[in-house]
Design a protein around this ligand. Structure first.
Ligand SMILES: Nc1ncnc2c1ncn2[C@@H]1O[C@H](COP(=O)(O)OP(=O)(O)OP(=O)(O)O)[C@@H](O)[C@H]1O
Length: 338
């Protein structure tokens, strides 16, 4: 693939058109869940080395990702200092600056100092203005995923058998119930990252600089969804939901999110309200990624047990539902611990 990548770089960046191919080198950074990501290094005539990433979109990812929305967001977010700089765009991918930092592990995210920094950065991220519709996308996306996910057919008979054990009537009822409940919360809408897992957080330890990357799922959305979704990612790649942050850990995060400069001045009332908001939308994150996984099970060429992932997320939704619904309902009826 390297000669084609070199050709692409020469096409996109005319200043390198005449460089010998031996000045270019490419290596794979990740064959992520949805894309192939390469690190390309270019030795310029003056000896200067430029490092970039070239992202090739995976096949069929347009079912779950709106590429024009992503590009628009990258422009605004990188202007505010978030993520890698966008250097070029081509038919099925893009070129960005290479970030010199390490990717976080799930267990890093709960370290108090890092959690505070993530919260502070997330607040800033949520303040970025991205042009276009400011309508929250959560329920549009969930219904879009639902319609696709509920009408699949698998060639593999074992997959088809597992798929047929899912009651989409029941899933639909869950979606409607949660939509109605969250609709009562009048929750703030912000430009949200929507996929703030450890693999999308990078840290340069020397400079103590934290980077949010990968805005593929970014959209206007409920703030509580972004935070609850991030907390769900504490469970890590094995989906061990016993790692979901406890109330103290959540409050630490909320303090730094709400008042980064005066975290200890946040009122109990504000902490309780954000706790309720986040833990209600946290449920929506399970439904969202459960339905997303079903589409991936059919569309993705990657050998991953996406059907199994649906059940992990949906079962966790069912385990958490009652507790989170009563938290929201008692808050709404004014009998919460406000
Ligand atoms: N600009 C960058 N500079 C350096 N490393 C990067 C850059 N972008 C991504 N990476 C590294 O590549 C990994 C995968 O990146 P990213 O999450 O953007 O890919 P992806 O294909 O969307 O993966 P997934 O679908 O699994 O989220 C990151 O966890 C990070 O380690």
């Amino acid at each position: 693939m390297t000669p084609r990548i070199i050709e692409l770089c020469k096409d996109l960046f005319k200043k390198w058109a005449k460089l010998d191919n031996s000045n270019f080198s490419a290596e794979t950074i990740s064959g992520g869940i949805t894309n192939l990501l390469l690190k390309v290094s270019v030795k310029e005539e003056n000896g200067n080395i430029v490092n970039m990433t070239v992202r090739l979109y995976g096949p069929n990812t347009e079912y779950v990702i709106n590429r024009s929305r992503e590009l628009q967001a990258i422009g605004c977010l990188s202007a505010e200092g978030f993520g890698a700089k966008l250097l070029g765009v081509f038919g099925n991918g893009m070129v960005q600056s290479f970030i010199n930092a390490r990717t976080l592990n799930p267990s890093d995210m709960r370290k108090p100092k890092l959690a505070a920094e993530i919260a502070k950065q997330l607040r800033k991220f949520h303040q970025v203005e991205v042009p276009g519709s400011k309508e929250p996308q959560l329920w549009n996306d969930i219904f879009k995923f639902f319609h696709k996910a509920s009408t699949l057919e698998f060639d593999d008979s074992e997959k088809q058998r597992k798929y047929e054990t899912i009651s989409f009537k029941k899933v639909h009822t869950e979606v409607i119930e949660l939509k109605e409940l969250t609709g009562l919360l009048s929750a703030p809408v912000v430009f949200a990252h929507n996929d703030l897992l450890s693999g999308n957080l990078m840290l340069n330890d020397d400079e103590e600089k934290l980077y949010f990357i990968d805005f593929e799922y970014g959209s206007y959305n409920y703030r509580g969804f972004d935070i609850g979704n991030h907390f769900n990612e504490y469970a890590g790649y094995d989906c061990d939901y016993s790692l979901y942050p406890n109330k103290d850990e959540q409050y630490h995060f909320y303090r730094h999110y709400l008042e980064p400069e005066k975290p200890h001045e946040v009122s109990d009332k504000d902490l309780e309200a954000l706790y309720m908001e986040t833990n209600t939308y946290m449920l929506a994150s399970h439904l969202y990624w459960a339905l997303w996984a079903l589409i991936q099970a059919k569309m993705s060429p990657i050998d991953f047990d996406y059907l199994g992932y649906f059940f992990l997320r949906y079962n966790e939704y069912k385990r958490q539902k009652e507790k989170c619904f009563s938290l929201a309902q008692s808050y709404l009826s004014g009998s919460g611990t406000r």
